[in-house]
Design a binder for this molecule. Structure first.
Ligand code: AMP
Length: 301
């Protein structure tokens, strides 16, 4: 089944304790699309400016990503994000955001994207996420991401969105900000009361938690020893997870639990290099081999 993603397509600058890189391909839509492309055809909706390097679009297309919904706005610059990682490589500060073309982002979905059953609304402003959802005619699984900025500034619209979707992926600090609850299982239950039946809380290198109905699942991160740049891990996690569900064309709880393992493994590749350098150069065989290794790591006899 095809998978629709609406998200940022960006040029990032990333500072880690050992290295700084500028003008990297980034954005939630980019990471999600490539991560999911190992499982299923992806339809990407996003916006860039006239400074956008065409080679990035070609790379996305080489992964079978349909870029018909990637709009270029003349006279505007591509969205830019600059982040700096702390020594622990888990916490980061946003140093700068230049919205550029994103300020004019008001997507009209291409006709053939509207019937897409699997939909990921990346961390765009909630009014935009609702506007996209209203254009979708046959949703089977709608998952949304959000961020501290929207929880603080667009809470009312975010609460409206939560009532319209099946699942939300948040990191632990966002779940706490949204609910006021710092105990994660309790925070997940509070989020569920706001609408989505599936709540996924990501905890960076500490793994993730799923609340599906009243069933909790907790998984560790894959213990990679190479952490070069964690940017995009969350979006790659969501891409691996939803890619697997769209490939299997199912939303049953057993498959959703399995999809967490795929998300975990795909994200573990992303952090092993800057930008999409590792993520975009994978094979499905490498993903499946690491998944098999991961299954051994989490299995207890
Ligand atoms: P993650 O590390 O999974 O949270 O994703 C990081 C990506 O999100 C980076 O490539 C950024 O370009 C993108 N990003 C950062 N801030 C925003 C924002 N306000 N809106 C949309 N995308 C963003």
């Amino acid at each position: 089944m095809p998978l629709l993603v609406v998200g940022s397509v960006a040029l990032d600058s990333v500072e880690t304790p050992s290295e700084t890189r500028d003008d990297l391909l980034g954005g939630s839509g980019s990471y999600f699309s490539v991560a999911a492309s190992y499982f299923t055809p992806v339809q990407l909706v996003g916006v860039v400016g006239d400074d956008w390097p065409e080679e990035h679009t070609k790379m996305l297309q080489s992964h079978g990503v349909d870029t018909a919904g990637l709009e270029t706005i003349e006279g505007e610059a591509t969205f830019r994000w600059k982040g700096k990682y702390h020594e622990n490589m888990n916490d980061r500060d946003t140093l700068d955001v230049q919205l550029g073309a994103m300020t004019r982002f008001d997507p009209t979905l291409p006709d053939n994207f509207r019937q897409c059953p699997f939909i990921f609304l990346a961390n765009d402003p909630p009014p935009l996420q609702i506007g996209v959802l209203e254009q979708c005619s046959a949703p089977k699984l709608v998952v949304a991401d959000t961020m501290d900025l929207w929880i603080n500034t667009e809470r009312e619209t975010l609460l409206k969105l939560l009532k319209k979707i099946d699942a939300v992926v948040l990191n632990d600090s966002e779940a706490k900000l949204l609910t006021g609850e710092s105990n994660m299982p309790r925070a997940a239950r509070e989020v569920q009361k706001l609408g989505p039946s599936l709540v996924v809380i990501k905890k960076g290198e500490h793994g993730c938690m799923l609340l599906a109905g009243d069933r909790l699942t907790v998984l560790p991160a894959y213990p990679t020893e190479t952490v070069i740049d964690p940017t995009g891990a969350g979006d790659s996690f969501a891409g691996g997870m939803m890619g697997y569900l769209a490939e299997q064309d199912t939303v049953d709880t057993a498959a959703v639990r399995r999809s967490l393992a795929y998300g975990t493994v795909v994200a573990s590749f992303t952090v092993e290099d800057f930008s999409l350098d590792r993520l975009a150069n994978l094979t499905r065989e490498e993903i499946d081999a690491r998944l098999a290794e991961y299954m051994k790591i989490v299995a207890i006899d």
